[in-house]
Design a binder for this molecule. Sequence first.
Ligand code: NAP
Length: 291
Amino acid sequence: MPKFISLIGYPVKHSISPYFQQAALDYYHLDIRYEAWEISPEMLEVTVAKLREPQNLGANVTVPYKEAVLPLLDQVDNLAGLIGAVNTILKRNGKLWGYNTDAYGFIEALKQHGNFEPEGKKVAILGAGGAARAASFALVQNKVRFLLIVNRTLERAQTLADNLREYISQAGWQAEVAILPWQGLTSSQVFDDCQLIVNCTTIGMNHSSYEGQSPLGVELIPKGILVYDLVYNPYITPLLKLAEQASANILSGLPMLVYQGAASFELWTGRKAPIDIMFNKAQEVLVGSKL
Ligand code: NAP
């Protein structure tokens, strides 16, 4: 009798997680199926309750439910609580636990594939949603010196900045956090002294209303800076194309996707994630076909 791990979101058709997670499960010959469940908002509660049935081991949670699932769980891990978003559910001793592996995936990809060490650096974050919150807390935990948060809805950036400042002060660290409204993106001087720009908005994502668009014009991107786009579909986004034109360095969102998935895999199975297998499968699916 197979066990199941599900991906809960809306929409989920275009997700590549089922491909690389199943490849990792098959590598260990585990009798576990990774299934995508496209769930409307009114079905979220019963769907999370269904995870309590014996055949289900846990789930990934994606847009738009990463925040909405929190009150439906029995326990939420500290980091997920701080970020305010859960992307992984694990059933342990009959209880549903919520975790956030996006923060780990973000930093691991930045260090391993961007060759970037955050300590002492100034970083600009575009966006203040769930991905921006995970990236910001991960950067602060890795001792950035200055974080600039730029968001269209300024209150959301303000809330994130307040949460970060409180966390920094409790930890006894020195990092500074500033916010800027989206309309403030008028010249590349905004990014003076920055070593890294991270796009945590949905702009440029295939199958969204912002497909083909970039959050920044080429004139705003400083030469030599690292531009990290969390959007992974398309593999090379419009922002990354402009960054290349501006002689900046680029990092795609695909490594982050694989590393967050690898951390989730280890939570569900207790086995070391076969990272190369997951990477190859993710690249094959994303780059080899137009999803
Ligand atoms: P979210 O919570 O919905 O946040 C979306 C963000 O985009 C908000 O800050 C929003 O600003 C901003 N935004 C949307 N449209 C905009 C526009 N036209 N102009 C300016 N800002 C705009 O989404 P999320 O969960 O954070 O995800 C964000 C992106 O990260 C998605 O593309 C997702 O696929 C990607 N992601 C990738 C990974 C990975 O592993 N690579 C992991 C997680 C997420 P407002 O606050 O003003 O609405």
